[in-house]
Design a protein around this ligand. Structure first.
Ligand code: LLP
Length: 417
């Protein structure tokens, strides 16, 4: 099994911390996401302690899982946040996050979002184009404010990950080429309402090797040197997120080794280091709990039709992503080759292909490593209310999001008069 030790079998029953998953299914129904507070805390503390004394800020990438209970626990541990929308900003504030620890990423921030973030006095805007910089300058001017800015540099590095989540190649829509960024930093005097405080990059997600991070970091150091020699007072270097997790047999570097390598490669840097991890903080802290509705055996295949679907967990359909699927109760049923699928009317609606499982109708299954980009990417496709979310803390069960109701789902729709 991948990840942390908070999801383990005792007497052939799968537990999260001290709670049997079966108990959660009985009390709260399925499908539901279940998180472990201990796993989340351990991951954060592994990041934090690996910086060993170095001036740093961990800005959790909210998009990975934006439940306010998760944001609140991270804020209590001292975390900062990387946001990509006004909505995420409001979530962080509601969760008690410190605006002075927020960086705002994304290629298409609109004026309303810029205004919200300027009003909140966030730490920094990670700006991705000259056009955006002009709009931010004007918006700050209108508000009588100065916007703190990092330019997001596109270092043209191959992250060696799924093409949909690779962001640091020159063909990608993200960031500004290093030579152009240098020119824009030099023209700082043209932007009366911008203060260049940082330098930023992010090359992709689910990276399983250190090498691309090292290439990006070395390119950023060159640029940082140049900017400093030109007298620009840069206060922080933001190296983005992207550390991969183990879903099946991947062997990503540990959090500690990753942070140590970043620190070593930036040894001569006096500025504060920022990182923006998402998946590596929450991915292995959560599972999706689902119940088998029907077993269906056709001449070609065995299907386990479960009550979770692509609307609850989009990663298999979208990226052909692999998530381990474990029985909540181990039994002695005959092992068969199953297609684990949801009730949505698409052949793309699968959670796992060709899984060797011994199943009984009504059994519970745990879709593992779904704490990141699971709930946050869910939808209401097929008018399916979104799942409940549960956080377990030792032997205590907290409901951190009620299951959506059909009434809530259609409440904002109107028929013509
Ligand atoms: N910073 C920026 C600017 C980002 O765009 C991202 C993720 C992160 C940080 C966090 O990256 P992480 O540490 O989580 O790898 N939905 C996809 C992942 C999309 C990642 C988008 N950007 C998936 O399910 O694999």
């Amino acid at each position: 099994m991948s990840g942390f030790s908070e999801f383990v079998y005792h007497d052939n029953e799968l537990y999260v911390e001290s709670v049997p998953l079966k108990q959660i299914a009985e009390e709260f129904g399925t499908p539901c996401y279940v998180y472990s507070r201990s796993a989340l805390t351990k991951a954060y503390l592994e990041f934090d302690s690996a910086f060993s004394g170095r001036d740093h800020l961990i800005c959790y990438a909210v998009k990975a899982n934006s439940n306010i209970a998760i944001l609140n626990l991270l804020a209590r541990l001292g975390s900062g946040f990387d946001i990509v929308s006004g909505g995420e900003l409001l979530r962080v504030i509601k969760a008690g996050g410190d605006p002075k620890k927020i960086v705002f990423s994304g290629v298409g921030k609109n004026i309303d979002e810029m205004r919200l973030a300027l009003e909140a006095n966030i730490l920094c805007f990670n700006v991705e184009s000259e056009a955006e910089l002009n709009t931010l300058n004007q918006t700050a001017k209108d508000m009588g404010k100065i916007a703190p800015v990092s330019l997001r540099v596109n270092p043209n590095v191959d992250a060696k990950t799924h093409p949909y989540i690779s962001t640091g190649l020159k063909e990608n829509k993200f960031g500004i080429p290093a030579n152009e960024a240098e020119r824009i930093y030099q023209s700082a005097h043209q932007y009366a309402h911008i203060r260049f405080t940082g330098l930023d990059c992010h090359i992709g997600s689910q990276l399983t090797e250190l090498e691309p991070f090292m290439q990006a970091s070395s390119k950023m150091l060159n640029l940082l040197d140049t900017l400093q020699s030109q007298g620009l007072a840069i206060e922080h270097l933001d190296l983005g997120g992207g550390l991969g997790i183990r879903y099946t047999n991947e062997t990503p570097p540990s959090i500690k080794d990753y942070v140590s390598a970043l620190c070593a490669s930036t040894q001569q840097v006096k500025q504060r280091l920022l990182i923006e991890p998402g998946r590596s903080l929450v991915g292995n802290s959560g599972i999706l709990l689902t119940r088998i509705e029907y077993l269906k055996h056709t001449p070609a295949r065995n299907f386990a039709i479960v009550d979770a679907a692509m609307n609850d967990l989009m990663r298999p359909a979208l990226y052909d992503a692999y998530h381990e699927i474990l029985p909540v109760a181990r039994n002695n049923e005959e092992i068969k080759n199953y297609q684990v699928v949801g009730p949505v009317c698409e052949t793309g609606d699968f959670l796992g292909h060709d899984r060797k499982l011994g199943l009984i109708n009504g059994d519970l299954l745990a879709i593992m490593s779904t704490g990141a980009y699971g709930m946050s990417m869910s939808s209401n496709y097929n008018t399916r209310p979104r799942a409940a979310e549960i956080m377990v803390d030792k032997n205590t069960i907290h409901i951190i999001r009620q299951r959506e109701t059909i009434d809530q789902l259609i409440a904002t729709e109107r028929i013509l008069s």
